[in-house]
Design a protein around this ligand. Structure first.
Ligand SMILES: [Zn+2]
Length: 400
């Protein structure tokens, strides 16, 4: 029989284990455990004060869906369901407290999602609990007083995207209906209720094929800043789920599990900064741009700090930063490298470089006005929007 444990994405497991061994992750977890020893964090108290708990009497259908999903996933912890007023579709799973798990939904989601779609969302949220995703306190790590190293930040982003893939599979396992799953993800992505638009799964998936082909051509595509969030872009998630549904985890004589994971990794590669290792001309131009951009941004406020050197070396390797660098000359050559990257790399790839430059700017715990200005100037020349830069600099991240 197919158990929920078996369908967890392989890269989720691998990155999860790797992160759990990371010294900084361990340190933050120990800190949080010491806090927890002092008593419950008051999550339930806060939920009771700000949201409405749905009892079995109030919402028998939603309760039935929850019971069915927990059974399917083999979850035994008591689940409390809360709803809060919001016009946007959202759901979240809150780390258990006092032996109870909390799932919260926005009011609009509960009103506009049908039973099949709701089973998917419910299963997705329960999946986060089932796969222990709360064990890595990503929000604390990214937003805490001590910012994580660039390599840790990138690993956290990558892991959280695979964590969503696992949670989606748990959701699909609960929904048992790919059409509902696709429709649910479409509603989440578009904010539409389905009243004015007829959902078409095939067309929704076509969006991914276009993304992949425009990436291959390395043409100046549409702005694709949304790829760089902790959550995988929705059509990517649908595509990953379609592959899952075609695998032998779901159907007899389907694609082998190893092949599934390889395909998912290549799909998710659309969101990863593989240019640091890649041998293509475009990747080379991106590295050269990152190099000069990093020096320029780091030097734009009070010289290049120790943390900035450390961040730089996370990208280019240990001892790659040399005191002998002619900083002024490197800064002087930046525009030429920007031009070169614009010629050879796609817009999405240029966006990746900007994201990585944000990591440099955030290396010492604050982003100085001079650093922000230098970054925005580079972004402007690459046609990367200011909102994207601001979002990368803020990086407010929680699993939901
Ligand atoms: Zn999620």
């Amino acid at each position: 029989m197919l158990t929920a444990e078996k369908i967890r994405a392989r890269s989720d497991i691998e990155l999860f284990n790797k992160l759990n061994r990371h010294a900084d992750v361990k340190r933050v977890k120990e800190q949080l455990e010491r806090e927890a020893d002092k008593g419950p964090a008051g999550v339930r108290r806060r939920l009771l004060a700000t949201s409405v708990r749905l009892s079995k009497e109030m919402a028998p259908e939603i309760r039935a869906i929850a019971d069915d999903c927990t059974q399917r996933l083999g979850i035994t912890i008591p689940v409390e369901i809360y709803v809060y007023a919001s016009p946007s579709y959202n759901a979240a799973c809150v780390k258990p407290e006092e032996g109870r798990l909390f799932i919260m939904f926005s009011s609009s989601l509960l009103e506009r999602f049908d039973a099949g779609e709701l089973r998917f969302v419910m299963g997705h949220e329960l999946g986060h609990y089932l796969y222990h995703h709360h064990d890595i306190p990503i929000g604390y790590l990214l937003m805490g007083k001590h910012r994580p190293s660039p390599s840790l930040a990138l690993q956290l982003f990558a892991w959280s995207r695979y964590a969503e893939i696992s949670a989606d599979r748990a959701g699909a396992h609960c929904a048992q209906d790919f059409e509902s799953v696709g429709r649910g993800l479409f509603k989440l992505a578009s904010g539409l209720s389905g009243d004015v638009v007829t959902f078409n799964l095939r067309d929704f998936l076509l969006q991914i094929d276009e993304m992949q082909s425009s990436d291959a051509e390395s043409a100046q595509g549409a702005p694709m800043e949304d790829w760089f969030s902790t959550h995988p872009f929705s059509p990517l998630r649908v595509k990953a789920l379609q592959m899952f549904h075609e695998s032998d985890l779901v159907v007899e004589r389907g694609m082998a599990a190893a092949e599934l994971e390889a395909q998912v990794t290549s799909l998710m590669g659309l969101m990863e900064p593989s240019y640091l290792e890649s041998k293509t001309e475009a990747a080379e131009a991106m590295r050269r741009l990152l190099f000069a951009g990093a020096i320029t941004v780091a030097d734009s406020a009070e010289g290049i700090s120790r943390q900035e050197i450390a961040a730089f070396e996370q990208f280019f390797g240990e001892h790659s930063f040399k005191e002998s660098f002619d900083v002024q000359q490197i800064k002087g050559g930046l525009d030429e490298r920007i031009e070169h990257a614009r010629e050879l790399a796609s817009h999405a790839q240029c966006t990746q470089v900007i994201r990585d430059l944000c990591v440099i700017a955030r290396a010492d715990d604050h982003v100085a006005p001079g650093e922000r200005k230098a970054l925005l100037q580079i972004a402007l020349k690459l046609d990367v929007g200011m909102p994207f830069v601001e979002r990368c600099l803020a990086t407010d991240t929680e699993l939901d």
